[in-house]
Design a protein around this ligand. Structure first.
Ligand code: GUN
Length: 283
């Protein structure tokens, strides 16, 4: 078997085209352009690259962007102050603070400083809580929302499936598990302390690999015909690879390319969340 590709690049383009049409219609009706404000603290080349791509996608659909760069030694209070300014800025629809942040910064203080209405990451406990409880009105985090969208577009049945998520971060693993649960998958979350990982992955109809460890999931750990989503962007010899070993495509039924799978979907969901944030504030 050769796995069908879950083409994130193509799906993301369709989503971006759809939002571009909606933004164009709003602007033609005299409404303001949505705007995404991004913040990077410190010098992290990967973060700089990701944020540049996010802003590029926003601009492609007619969403303005502004980029704030703060030095590594920025204090939690200084960062929270900037977030306050952006919360009060009428022209800003959504605020994204790229993670990871320098370790001296109190991430919790940062996350709760963002006005939930402008929280395009869905990281504020108010939004995360709504998503966790399966209630309407929350903001779905970008990567998990992109994963669900890719599975749906690929025709993968989520309802009743055995889903295994490898990774328990607040950005990917945990919220992906919650979204799969909401869709009635039977969900298991594995992580670095899981004993006998293969025993879990081998039973997974849907396997989401978000561990950030190259070659962690080898082809003998895959259930034949499974849908395999490779989230991580590990750099090995200056090339991006995910968590999968060679030959997984011979066993899986569906597979996300990496790059070109989850990454573009994350950005498309960010653009969608920014548009939705603008709509929440100014219907
Ligand atoms: N770092 C890695 N992924 C993300 C994301 O989706 N949002 C933010 N803010 N930081 C990230």
């Amino acid at each position: 078997m050769t796995a069908r590709l879950l083409d994130g690049k193509a799906a993301a383009q369709q989503i971006l085209d759809d939002i571009a049409t909606k933004v164009g219609a709003r602007v033609a009706a005299g409404k303001p352009r949505p705007k995404l404000a991004t913040i990077i603290v410190g010098e992290n080349p990967a973060s700089a690259l990701y944020v540049r791509s996010k802003q590029k996608n926003a601009r492609q659909v007619g969403i303005d962007s502004e980029d704030h760069r703060l030095p590594t030694e920025t204090s939690t209070e200084q960062l929270v102050e900037l977030i306050g300014v952006l919360n009060r800025d009428e022209s800003v629809s959504g605020i994204l603070i790229q993670q990871p942040l320098p370790t001296h910064i109190d991430l919790f203080q940062v996350v709760i400083a963002v006005d939930p209405v402008k929280d395009v990451d869905g990281f504020h406990p108010f939004n995360a809580g709504l998503v966790a409880q399966g209630l309407p009105g929350g903001v779905q985090p970008c990567t998990p929302a992109g994963i669900i969208e890719l599975l749906d577009r690929g025709g993968v049945r989520i309802e009743g499936a055995s889903a295994v998520v490898v990774g328990r971060s607040n950005i990917v693993g945990k919220p992906t598990a919650l979204l799969l649960l909401k869709r009635s998958a039977t969900v298991t979350v594995c992580h670095t302390r899981t004993k006998n990982l293969a025993a879990f992955t081998k039973n997974a109809d849907i396997l989401v690999a978000a561990a950030g460890k190259a070659n962690l999931i080898t082809k003998d750990m895959i259930k034949p015909g499974a849908a395999v989503v490779d989230v991580s962007a590990n750099r090995v010899d200056n090339t991006q690879i995910g968590d999968l070993g060679p030959g997984v495509e011979e066993v899986a039924g569906w597979l996300t390319p990496n790059p070109g799978g989850v990454g573009p979907m994350t950005r498309a969901m960010l653009v969608r969340n920014t548009y939705d944030a603008e709509l929440r504030r100014r219907p």
